[in-house]
Design a protein around this ligand. Structure first.
Ligand code: MN
Length: 244
């Protein structure tokens, strides 16, 4: 049996072929899996569980079918879909995991994160994150009418694009939007694990570095902008593959 890890699908109405690819993945490979972990940014944006988008409905129905067929689905929030709530999770038959979470995977503890908390050099983003993860901010935001929330999400997206192009013109994009090595080392030390799986940076790779004299493995999941990306883990080991 295989356990599957994906992240950063960024599903939205603008890239229907990726939503379809995800649907095929859920109906085929995921049916035979022991579990499916979605480590954040399943959606490009999320403004509340009451948003009646076709993409959200499609995803909820397919995930629910998968869960009903016997594959448990675990979901961790990303920086785009941190407002996915218990209502949507219930419709999709998935369980929300806190970020970070340590799971037991074939006898080994493995740390799971979305990955944005490791990007500590991006101070402006970390401030935005602290503000928007505050329960009081979220309650106030979700109490606004749908149209106001849609307008805010559009504005936040434009601000994020401006921030990214600012970093690009400064030449700091590559370092600031990647994980900070010190934050990675601190996570390994804090949780005492040898394996970390995360997404967010859209830089799929398997990195092995020593921390405190022990080799630690960091698996970075890929995004689904042009194609799919999946980490398959079983008792023998793991493979990070693309899906088309
Ligand atoms: Mn992300």
């Amino acid at each position: 049996m295989t356990t599957l890890f994906i992240s950063d699908l960024h599903l939205d109405a603008e890239r229907p072929h990726i939503t379809e690819l995800f649907g095929r993945f859920l109906d085929a490979e995921a049916r035979d899996a022991e579990a499916l972990y979605i480590l954040g940014d399943l959606f490009e944006a999320w403004i509340g569980d009451d948003d009646p988008s076709d993409t959200a409905t499609f995803v909820a129905d397919r995930l629910r079918d998968l869960a009903d067929a016997g594959t448990p689905v675990w979901f961790m929030h990303g920086n785009r879909d941190f407002l996915v709530g218990q209502d949507f999770a219930g419709r999709a038959g998935m369980t929300i995991l806190p970020d970070p979470t340590v799971i037991q995977l074939y006898g080994k503890p493995v740390l799971l994160m979305h990955g944005d908390t490791l990007c500590t050099d991006d101070v402006a983003y970390q401030q935005f994150r602290a503000q928007t993860r505050n329960p009081a901010w979220q309650a106030q935001f979700l109490s606004q009418p749908l149209a106001a929330r849609i307008a805010f999400a559009k504005q936040a997206r434009e601000a994020s694009q401006a921030h990214q192009s600012g970093l690009a013109s400064e030449g700091t994009m590559d370092t600031i939007t990647d994980v900070a090595p010190a934050a990675v080392a601190a996570a390994f030390q804090q949780f005492g694990v040898d394996t970390l799986i995360h997404g967010h940076t859209h830089r799929p790779a398997v990195h092995v570095r020593e921390v405190d004299g022990r080799p630690r493995e960091r698996v970075v999941l890929g995004d689904w902008y042009e194609q799919g990306s999946v980490l398959r883990v079983d008792r023998q080991g793991h493979r990070l593959d693309t899906l088309a």
